[in-house]
Design a protein around this ligand. Structure first.
Ligand code: ADP
Ligand code: ADP
Length: 221
């Protein structure tokens, strides 16, 4: 479970997150929806301990990220799919992450297979398309088979087949009890993928509920 309790985060005069309280439950794909600049990435960074709230608390299973016993095993994250050393192969990148997290190397082949990257695992990431980078980002997030996934814009730049494939993968994980949080600024993407929506604007909570209950028209930016 992921939880924000009355979290505020400001950067200078910009209030990125404004007294936000939300709970993200296991067993479903929660879509975090809002226009660019709404505060989605900041919220995810707060949950991942990459930012500290000015006030309030961002909690993973009841604790701040920094207090987790084995954070890499507990939470998988995709924040910036482009942030991979371009000279590394996909397999070497995953090997480096697995070593850093103390994971079995056998997981590398499993996540490559799961994300459809087995055939390009020996290629340098610098030559990857955005879609292949997204798949590698997902493979990295899934490496430790964590119970919680926090994925910033995971289907950004994917073709329709890639979106379908990601949806099926994430829904399957949620069906197995995982907590899955994904962000997007497009309701059309979210309607395909998420079981539950949390809508924010200017750092504030606007709506929280199943997609069909929220009325699509009012959510487009
Ligand atoms: P989203 O992910 O919904 O596009 P962000 O969380 O990236 O929104 O940004 C929310 C607001 O906070 C924006 O106005 C953005 O410019 C600002 N912001 C985010 N990170 C920083 C930062 N490190 N320094 C200054 N402003 C930031
Ligand atoms: P997104 O739209 O996915 O939030 P951005 O391009 O807005 O991505 O942000 C990418 C990174 O830059 C994030 O780490 C965010 O915190 C930081 N950032 C965003 N806005 C600003 C800003 N105005 N000043 C400094 N850093 C920012």
């Amino acid at each position: 479970m992921l939880e924000l309790r009355e979290v505020t985060k400001t950067y200078g005069r910009t209030t990125a997150v404004d007294r936000l309280s939300i709970t993200i439950h296991p067993g479903r794909v929660t879509g975090f929806l809002g226009p660019n600049g709404a505060g989605k990435t900041t919220t995810m960074r707060l949950l991942l301990g990459l930012e500290r709230p000015d006030t309030g608390a961002a909690l993973v299973n009841g604790r701040p990220y920094h207090a987790l016993a084995r954070p890499l095993q507990e939470v998988g994250a995709l924040l910036d799919a482009g942030a991979v050393h371009p000279g590394r192969t996909a397999r070497a990148h995953l090997g480096w992450l697995a070593a850093a997290a103390g994971l079995e190397r056998s997981r590398i082949a499993e996540v490559l297979e799961l994300t459809g990257l087995t055939g390009v695992a020996g290629r340098r990431v610098g030559g990857f398309s955005l879609g292949m980078r997204q798949r590698l980002g997902l493979a990295s997030a899934l490496l430790a088979d964590p119970p919680i996934l926090i994925l910033d814009e995971p289907v950004n730049g994917l073709d329709p087949e890639g979106v379908r494939w990601t949806r099926d993968l994430l829904r399957g994980l949620a069906a197995r009890g995982r907590t899955v949080l994904i962000s997007s600024h497009l309701i059309s993407e979210m309607a395909l993928t998420a079981d539950h929506l949390v809508v924010i604007g200017r750092g504030r909570l606007l709506a929280d509920g199943p997609p069909d209950a929220l009325g699509e028209g009012s959510l487009e930016d």
